[in-house]
Design a protein around this ligand. Structure first.
Ligand code: CA
Length: 220
């Protein structure tokens, strides 16, 4: 916990928390468009990911040998701590059929049409380029928008992918494993080192379930 890398984050965290608090305070007295996009939640779990990450190979059964870490609250088995929900998005009793995180898991994230769900802050770097997850959908022509936001550089929301019934692999009882979702860490600059990111899912059409959101910690 005393490596130079961690000390660096230790310096960052209070300063950025102060900025976040200032933005929340600003939102309380004004409705300026754009500012709402920079509000975020950081939980103890999401902060810890910046310092220490447990790697697994959750997609090994699907021929993906890369190492990943579970995004904060990304299996939804203990609710969705730190996630920001709009439009009726919530945790549901419908875990993914593949049991990527655990065969006994029972829950996932439900996003109704026009609803959205945003992760708490999590950490990636230039070698953490993508994420994968399980999805299911229902309704006419369903489409799930995936965006990222790097609040430390005020990137705003940037579209990085759209999930449809035609994308992904390994269909099983309505669930599929997504293709790689490129998180574009370069949006936060070309320098090496960790950067903090939010990922937002919005159900543009249809109802979507998202489960077992994993981030790849290395480029292979
Ligand atoms: Ca689950």
């Amino acid at each position: 916990m005393n490596s130079p890398k961690n000390k660096r984050f230790g310096i960052w965290t209070p300063r950025l928390a102060a900025i976040g608090s200032a933005l929340v305070a600003a939102l309380a007295i004004t409705t300026l468009p754009g500012l709402a996009d920079t509000a975020y939640v950081e939980t103890a779990e999401s902060a810890a990911i910046c310092d220490q990450v447990a790697f697994t190979q959750p997609f090994l059964p699907f021929g993906d040998q890369r190492d990943y870490y579970l995004a904060p609250g990304g299996a939804f088995e203990n609710g969705a701590p730190g996630w920001t929900m709009t439009g009726g998005a919530r945790v549901s009793w419908f875990s993914n059929a593949h049991g990527i995180h655990g065969q006994a898991d029972k829950r996932s994230l439900l996003i109704p049409t026009r609803g959205s769900a945003t992760t708490p802050l999590t950490c990636i770097n230039l070698d953490f380029p993508h994420a994968r997850m399980a999805t299911a959908n229902w309704g006419w022509n369903p489409e799930l928008l995936v965006e990222v936001n790097y609040p430390d550089v005020n990137s705003g929301w940037v579209t990085v992918g759209r999930v449809t019934p035609n994308s992904g692999i390994a269909p099983l009882r309505g669930w599929k494993i997504s293709d790689d979702l490129l998180l574009k860490p370069e949006l936060a600059g070309a320098e090496q080192g960790k950067r903090r990111v939010l990922v937002r899912f919005t159900a543009l059409k249809g109802t979507w379930w998202v489960d077992d959101l994993y981030v790849d910690p290395r480029r292979h």
